[in-house]
Design a binder for this molecule. Sequence first.
Ligand code: 5RP
Length: 264
Amino acid sequence: MDWGMKNRLAQLVKEDGRCLFLPVDHGYFQGPVSKLENPRKTLEPLLPYTDAIFVTRGVLRSSVDPDRAKPIILRVSGGASVVGKDLAHEGITTSMEEAIRLNVCAVGISIFVGTDYEHDSLLNLARLVDEGERYGIPVMAVTAVGRELKKRDARYLALSCRIAAELGARVVKTYYCEKFEKVIQGCPVPVVIAGGPKVDTEYEVLQFVHDGIQRGAIGVNLGRNIWQDEHPVAMIRAIRAIIHENVTPKEAQELYDSVKSGVA
Ligand code: 5RP
């Protein structure tokens, strides 16, 4: 691996081998999602606690100050919307030249295994990897399920993650699921977990993040369950403690409660 690739990966994955990525890219197909209507306002209090942000170029330029930024994972796929025909019909929206101009640490692209656009999205990933490798920019593949949240089982996610790794993704983002270890065992590159739609209680989030890490994920790329929480700073700090300080879900909940009540 060349110096540039190593250096970018080292900015994303910390010395303990773990990472906390904060995605705020949801607007690229969902528009002004609840609690992300003003990305700058959502991001600013959370930036000190994240290792990297996952963002489109539009939000990066408009809502993140270059002198206070964290490492950037640039969302470079898109072209579909929640009101369009098919969420899986994505292409590459942003060139590698633009990624270099923005000095990003990685680029991210969704793949849609099992859909009508499986082939296109996988070839898009492969092409992006060819370009990323040429310039030392790692590619994070996102195993997207669109509206089919039921697809999030170990068999499907293991298939998608493995394909992403085979096509050259340096990191794969997938969902936590039952028998998550099967996903990890079948994927030869590091895996981070997303949260999906907000779940009912913060403790559930702390538990699945903890469990995912115990079963081999290197960290999270967790959005709505952080910034749609009533106390986003408390939530990100609790998750950070699980990832980088190996605390239990119970200890993380205690931290959440004390940040929420202004004690920590
Ligand atoms: C949305 C994405 C997000 O980056 C990913 O789904 C993680 O966010 P969340 O935890 O809210 O699901 O790819 O396009």
